[in-house]
Design a protein around this ligand. Sequence first.
Ligand code: ADP
Ligand code: MG
Length: 356
Amino acid sequence: MNTAALPITIRNVTKKYGQVFALNDVSLDVKSGEFLTLLGPSGSGKTTLLMVLAGFTRPDAGSLRFGADEVIRKPPHQRDLGMVFQNYALFPHMTVAGNVGYPLKLRKIPKKEIDARVENALDLVQLEGLGQRRIDQLSGGQKQRVALARSIVFEPRILLMDEPLSALDKKLRDQMQIELRRLHDRLGMTTVYVTHDQREALTMSDRIAVLNHGEIMQLATPQELYDHPQNKFVADFIGDSTFLAVEKSGRSLKAGGITLKTDSPVPKAENLSVMMRPERISLIEGKAGKNTNIFTAKVSNLVYQGESFLLYAELAGGAEVAVRGTIKGDRYTKLPKLGAKVKLGLDAADTIIIAD
Ligand code: ADP
Ligand code: MG
């Protein structure tokens, strides 16, 4: 398959339902060939934005271009995009091949060519030889692959996916995340992917747009979002964190009983918190580096999780933070016990101050 990708330009798109802004003045550029994810909680406007891209929802205002083409007034079938829905929307009375070939039939492609392209698409999603099966004879994972094959069989330049893995169990979902991303890299079409699962977004995306109440809270690469969230919403939504209130005294910042060192810029805001990611905090046994914040704390809980542990500790002032560490050998049995005094280290590079 050879799909030429197209950039997407979204400008000032607004969609209201009654008094609710499903989308509030959204502007976003998706690069040609990029895998971009819309991530946000339920009701944040992800599906609405995808439906605007697909042409099923007409926004109240704004413009939308695929390459140089303004498409906001074009109906879905003239937008030439592939789409995978959450519930797959397959035709249950048709075979696998019938489903996958359907978009080609609509486009009046000759039967022989349809057969060849269906076979090729089924190979791509690892369903070779299953063309004559009925849809109700397939597992959830196989149905998902059929929907995917149908969405790429006509070589669209843009692929839209709305929570396509949410019906699968965790193991298959994890595997399909990697597979989908590989398929994208082989085919190269511009992809807009919707999920509410932050780990899925981090795993799959070139960039992530975090949505809340119909607005983009931050647009960045997975690593940038995780390490440098621009606001409390993103910091809280991505990864696990404890937030400690920061006290300002002159130019110094205090939290958890110590004066903080940070390598990152401090937001200009009245109320600040320091973000503490469990896996970035370490238990300090010997001497710590000069550029490490060291908190003294008391162990309040210890949780075993197989490959890792979570140790909870109470800081001066009473706040509780979580520390995650990997378990190797006999490390777990040697961890400090409940009530023990510990030193927690957080490097200045991992010390991120967030505006409340
Ligand atoms: P998400 O996909 O992120 O869960 P949606 O885009 O489905 O969010 O919804 C965004 C907001 O718009 C929600 O408040 C939702 O209730 C509202 N909404 C979406 N579609 C409709 C509709 N057809 N009629 C009324 N309200 C809607
Ligand atoms: Mg949705």
